[in-house]
Design a protein. Structure first.
Length: 125
C-alpha cells in the first residue's frame, strides 16, 4: 500500500526540500523526510538542540505533511484555505491520499516560506 503513495510523498517532500539551504536535513529516506533548524533552539526545554521545523511521512493510509511553524503562529494558521484545512489533522499536520493539486502544493509552499521567514525574524533559524 505504501508504494501507491510514492508520488504523493515525492511531491510533498519537494516542498520542504527546496529549503534545504536554510534548514538541516535530519532524515531522508523513502518513508520520511525531516528538517530541523540549523541553530540551537532558544527554548530551555530543547537543551540547546535545533528545533524540528517539519517533515513528510509516508504511512499505510496516507502521506502526512507536518509544519511546526503553524503550531507557534496563529497568524500563519489563519492563512490556511478552507480546502487545505479539510486535510488538517491536529495543529500542524495535513494528510494526503493522492498527489495534491498544484494550488494546494503552492499553498503549502507559501506557508513553508512564511514559517521560515517568521522563524528567521525571531532568530530561530
Amino acid at each position: 500500500m505504501a508504494g501507491d503513495f510514492a508520488p504523493v510523498f515525492a511531491a510533498l517532500k519537494d516542498v520542504l526540500a527546496r529549503h534545504e539551504q536554510r534548514l538541516a536535513v535530519r532524515a531522508n529516506s523513502p518513508t520520511e523526510y525531516t528538517v530541523h533548524t540549523r541553530t540551537p533552539s532558544p527554548f530551555p526545554q530543547h537543551k540547546g538542540q535545533p528545533m524540528y521545523f517539519g517533515s513528510v511521512r509516508l504511512g499505510k493510509a496516507y502521506v502526512s505533511f507536518h509544519l511546526m511553524p503553524l503550531y507557534m503562529s496563529p497568524k500563519l494558521t489563519s492563512l490556511i484555505s478552507p480546502i487545505l484545512k479539510k486535510r488538517m489533522q491536529g495543529k500542524t499536520c495535513f494528510n494526503f491520499k493522492a498527489r495534491p493539486e498544484p494550488p494546494l502544493l503552492q499553498e503549502l509552499e507559501s506557508l513553508t516560506v512564511a514559517g521560515l521567514n517568521e522563524w528567521e525574524e525571531r532568530k530561530w533559524l
